[in-house]
Write a protein that binds this ligand. Structure first.
Ligand code: AP5
Ligand code: MG
Length: 193
């Protein structure tokens, strides 16, 4: 198995690059943000509880997203690997993910971290908010709250995987295809091993 975390702050391009990476490498895309928005669309109890936090730009509780990832790993026993997008987002989520993968005899092979300036993140998300229908994209104070959550709770995830030498920083600004090539180069190095 080959398991990759595409890491980075809100608006850094995780979703955009994930679509291209899964097409090239045949990995199963697991985005906790997408899974939560699908729960909201289906008006489940989980979705309704998550929505009020997401609308404020705050993280939903660890046990909720860990449960969703656990179920997705169980439901995809034949996957050749997973691309985690927007997960893990706390130290507790990283530890839980490592344990879930270990049960499958697998691990995180690499964490590719997209590096984008805060001004660019805000510009991208406000721009997307004009058309996305995402309630957390329309207000600048909510976008800023998402970025604060990232600094307070999520950046530690990179520290966790840095201890194992698994984090590679990738410039996340500029041409989408050039960023994709830079990500692919790092993946190919590790697939060859
Ligand atoms: P989530 O859905 O994960 O959102 P996010 O991480 O805040 O970030 P986005 O999905 O908005 O950005 P992205 O990095 O995917 O960038 P994208 O490619 O879309 O989470 C939403 C919420 O759910 C959280 O706030 C939280 O409440 C909850 N949640 C989710 N996971 C959770 C977890 N694990 N634990 C707890 N809570 C969780 O690009 C953004 C825009 O930029 C697009 O318009 C795109 O076209 C554009 N763009 C992309 N690349 C470029 C480029 N190179 N140049 C110019 N524009 C670009
Ligand atoms: Mg996304």
């Amino acid at each position: 198995m080959f398991n990759l975390i595409l890491f980075g702050p809100p608006g850094s391009g995780k979703g955009t690059q994930s679509e291209k990476l899964i097409a090239r490498y045949g990995l199963k895309h697991l985005s906790t943000g997408d899974l939560l928005r699908s729960e909201i669309a289906n008006q489940t109890a989980l979705g309704l509880a998550a929505k009020s936090l997401m609308d404020k730009g705050q993280l939903v509780p660890d046990e909720v997203v860990i449960g969703m990832i656990d179920a997705a790993l169980v439901n995809n026993p034949k996957a050749r690997g997973f691309l985690f997008d927007g997960f893990p987002r706390t130290k507790a989520q990283s530890v839980a993910l490592d344990e879930l993968l270990q049960k499958k005899g697998a691990e995180i092979n690499v964490v590719l971290a997209l590096d984008v300036t805060e001004d660019e993140l805000i510009k991208r998300l406000l721009n997307r908010g004009l058309t996305s229908g995402r309630s957390d994209d329309t207000k600048e104070d909510v976008i800023r709250a998402r970025i604060v959550e990232y600094h307070n709770k999520t950046s530690t995830v990179a520290d966790h995987y840095s201890k194992f030498g698994k984090v590679v920083l990738i410039k996340g600004e500029g041409n989408v295809d050039e960023i994709f090539d830079a990500l692919g180069t790092e993946i190919d190095k590790r697939l060859d091993k």
